[in-house]
Design a protein around this ligand. Structure first.
Ligand SMILES: Nc1ncnc2c1ncn2[C@@H]1O[C@H](COP(=O)(O)OP(=O)(O)OP(=O)(O)O)[C@@H](O)[C@H]1O
Ligand SMILES: [Mg+2]
Length: 510
């Protein structure tokens, strides 16, 4: 008797333990759950909304597209009976899941209410309890819109827009997909600075209400300043990728007047980054038809309705040459300095470019840096890339390049006044706009300096000189002349940047 009672008791326990598990893991459980939900819904009156795929003009209904994106992101979509697999649009190796319209119902939960979606011929059907529609309908649709926006923002292809001269049929901008490999993390800069920049950008993205409460245009402006080859353009690429914003790269030399600049701004879209590179050069050389007030108005985004949700980025080599009104707080919100390479930055480059964490030549490199030598990260990076097959040779070449830089400086100090009047405003460049290389490597180079710097005659290699002598843009200077110029340039850059050592990697948020 006792034995039978124990057996029954054991079976009841096993039954209670086993049945829920079997039901939760088998098709039977799934079907039963669905049937129970259907039964539950039978006791409620429902409201039905239809979202047609096409409008009366047979154009795609944007709401339909958004809802479809939203439904694909729901966990119930992943668990549904049929799922389609597609390769990614931009990444063919990626496999994406997409819901199948075959007679399936997708359920969603919002503010405690259950909502059902299903496909019908060329439309999506939304079903919710009638008594709940007032409470949740509009905020649910807003929620769908927000989630979709976020997904689209994350997955959208970034484009680079360039202002063309007179292309009225296609608008003033022409665009290409932007696939620059640089990110904020790959920039060799102080990691604290990079984190500050990331959180600044992140907080900008979330600040719409804040800006509007203050009656301000929702935009933020950054000034990236530092000598050529210090990574400003690459950083812009990283910022755009971080924000997932399109880039509008304004070439001021192609802008015909102030109103043309306004027109360009009008034709940019929300969530974009407007970039003006080398602003100091345009202002000093007056090589643009836009005058200072035109640039100031452009920076202020006076046409507020078309200046919303924009990030503006300006780069300059020399901040001191820029009219202070351009940089007043509010017009430029954040200043970021891009310094020449120092020893810690060199070590990062050695690690990323050559895979070296330590090396017996590092103390020697440090010594040369301590003696005041410096090159841009671009110059050092080029030496490393060129010699990447032999880290030893790469380091030796970096040392000789740095030493020749210091030696030339010593010579420069003793040079007569006439030679000192050489002054380059924007002279050595290894990267074009947004880091697109502007010249081909010439492999005939010898020690240290990257061959491109030694031998390239590309337009940007020696761009301008002020003073008693000048090189034509297309002339190729002799190595001796070039080194002389190069040394003089570095003296100027070093002085500026050593003077500013205390404010190194400054981010000032006004
Ligand atoms: N701080 C850095 N971190 C990583 N890479 C860098 C850095 N500085 C320069 N480089 C590399 O050097 C090349 C040139 O850099 P970039 O064009 O961004 O410099 P820049 O400051 O914009 O120069 P310019 O003022 O001449 O336009 C790029 O390939 C970039 O990857
Ligand atoms: Mg640049």
């Amino acid at each position: 008797m006792i034995f039978t009672a124990l057996v029954v008791f054991g079976m009841v326990i096993i039954g209670f333990w086993l049945i829920p598990r079997v039901l939760s893991r088998t098709e039977v459980g799934h079907v039963l759950r669905n049937k129970w939900r259907d039964l539950e819904e039978c006791f409620h009156r429902h409201q039905i909304y239809k979202i047609p795929r096409f409008n009366q003009q047979m154009q795609e209904n944007q709401v339909y597209r958004k809802v479809l994106t939203y439904l694909n992101s729901l966990p119930s979509a992943e668990d549904s009976d049929f799922v389609n697999l597609f390769s990614g649009d931009n990444k063919p190796n990626e496999i994406n899941l997409a819901i199948d319209s075959a007679n399936q119902v997708f359920s969603d939960t919002y503010l405690g209410s259950r909502i059902f979606w299903k496909f019908e011929k060329d439309c999506l059907v939304l079903k919710m309890r009638r008594k709940e529609k007032r409470r949740i309908l509009s905020s649910y649709l807003q929620h769908v819109h927000n989630v979709t926006d976020e997904i689209e923002q994350k997955t959208k292809e970034i484009r680079l827009y360039i202002n063309a001269v007179n292309e009225p049929e296609n608008g003033r901008w022409i665009s290409v997909p932007f696939s620059h490999p640089a990110t904020i993390d790959t920039s060799v800069l102080d990691s604290d600075l990079k984190n500050k920049m990331k959180s600044d950008l992140e907080s900008f993205l979330k600040s719409e209400q804040y800006y509007h409460r203050l009656g301000r245009v929702w935009k933020r402006s950054y000034l990236l300043y530092g000598p050529s080859g210090t990574g400003k353009s690459s950083f812009i690429a990283g910022m755009a990728k971080f924000l997932r914003y399109d880039i509008y790269d304004v070439d001021l030399s192609k802008v015909t007047n102030d109103s043309d600049l306004k027109l360009l701004l009008l034709q940019t879209t929300r969530r974009s980054m407007i970039v003006v590179e080398d602003l100091d050069r345009y202002l000093v050389e007056k090589s643009t038809a836009v005058n200072l007030s035109g640039i100031l108005n452009f920076m202020d985004g006076i046409i507020s309705s078309c200046g919303e949700e924009r990030v503006m980025v300006f780069t300059v080599s020399n901040k001191d040459q820029v009219d202070p009104t351009v940089m007043r707080p509010g017009r430029i919100d954040v200043h970021v300095q891009f310094p020449l390479c120092d020893f810690p930055a060199f070590k990062t480059l050695a690690n990323t470019h050559l895979g070296l964490k330590e090396h017996k030549l590092f103390p020697q490199v440090e010594e040369v840096f301590q003696a005041g030598a410096s090159l841009s990260p671009a110059e050092i990076g080029e030496i490393m890339i060129f010699n990447r097959g032999s880290p030893n040779r790469a380091l030796k070449n970096v040392i000789s390049a740095l030493k020749s830089n210091t030696d030339t400086k010593v010579v420069t100090v003793t040079q007569n006044k006439k030679e000192e009047s050489f002054r380059l405003t924007h002279s050595v460049s290894v990267g074009g706009a947004l880091g697109v290389p502007s010249g081909l490597l010439d492999h005939g180079g010898s020690v240290g300096l990257p061959p491109r710097l030694m031998y390239s005659g590309s337009a940007r290699t020696v761009e301008e000189s002020h003073g008693s002598r000048s090189f034509r843009r297309d002339s190729i200077p002799t190595i001796k002349e070039f080194k002389k110029l190069y040394g003089l340039l570095k003296t100027k850059n070093n002085k500026e940047f050593i003077d500013k050592e205390n404010s190194r990697h400054e981010v000032s948020v006004f």
